[in-house]
Ligand binder design. Structure first.
Ligand code: GRF
Length: 218
């Protein structure tokens, strides 16, 4: 029997803004609900408040702004280099705005998760608050969020988990976004835990869960 202490898997979180999903990841780790450590936070913007949240937690940060590179591929190479240096096992896109270069997706197949503020495939594509605004404009009665595997096709990778919320008659983009955000904060850490614990199976563009039957609403 080995007496080696099991290593805690390393996670990188990619951000562009406020960082509330990053905070939810830290909270889940603190509560022992997510068995991983945040090894690196990469921001696409130097002024993202999420960077301050990472620094407050003593986490290494770096800014990789796509506009400072000649191409998306070059920015992708910089991201891969940073991820490799931090020895991360998986990546969470938590309010990350740029479209990731396909090389990054290829370097971490089925190991990058994104949270999107709609019930995909509805209202795919735009960044928050566009999906919430589109849901209101379409008059849907239910919306929510989706955690999915990131593939080369934007917002089209295998769906890992979804949570629905009602759309109320007097909702504004802000009130609907706030209701959806509560579910994002619950679902992204949970999906990451499924990934790290080896319970996610991906095949035929579908994700399924093996092992015990914990569901998003438990
Ligand atoms: C969230 O609504 C997320 O779904 C979307 O961007 C927003 C980011 O929020 N991708 P935050 O930076 O995690 O607070």
């Amino acid at each position: 029997m080995s007496d080696e202490t099991p290593t805690i898997p390393a996670l990188a979180v990619l951000v562009s803004g406020r960082g509330s999903n990053l905070t939810a990841i830290f909270r889940a780790i603190e509560r022992d609900e997510l068995h991983a450590r945040v090894a690196l936070v990469i921001s696409s913007r130097a002024d993202a408040p999420a960077l301050d949240i990472a620094r407050q937690h003593g986490i290494e940060t770096c800014v990789i702004a796509p506009k400072s590179f000649a191409s998306r591929a070059e920015a992708g190479a910089a991201i891969i280099a940073a991820l490799q240096e931090a020895h991360v096992r998986a990546v969470a896109l938590a309010g990350y705005k740029p479209i990731l270069d396909a090389s990054v997706v290829g370097a971490y197949p089925n190991r990058i998760l994104n949270v999107h503020p709609s019930l995909l495939p509805a209202f795919a594509g735009g960044m928050a608050p566009r999906p919430q605004a589109d849901a209101l404009a379409a008059g849907v009665k239910v919306s929510g969020c989706t955690v999915h595997i990131v593939t080369a096709d934007v917002d089209a990778g295998p769906i890992v988990a979804q949570a629905a919320v009602p759309v109320l008659d007097d909702d504004t983009v802000e009130s609907l976004s706030a209701r959806i955000l509560v579910e994002e904060h619950r679902l992204l850490p949970l999906a990451l835990e499924w990934l790290f614990s080896g319970r996610l199976r991906i095949g035929n563009n579908r994700a399924s869960l093996t092992g015990t039957s914990q569901q998003p609403d438990e």
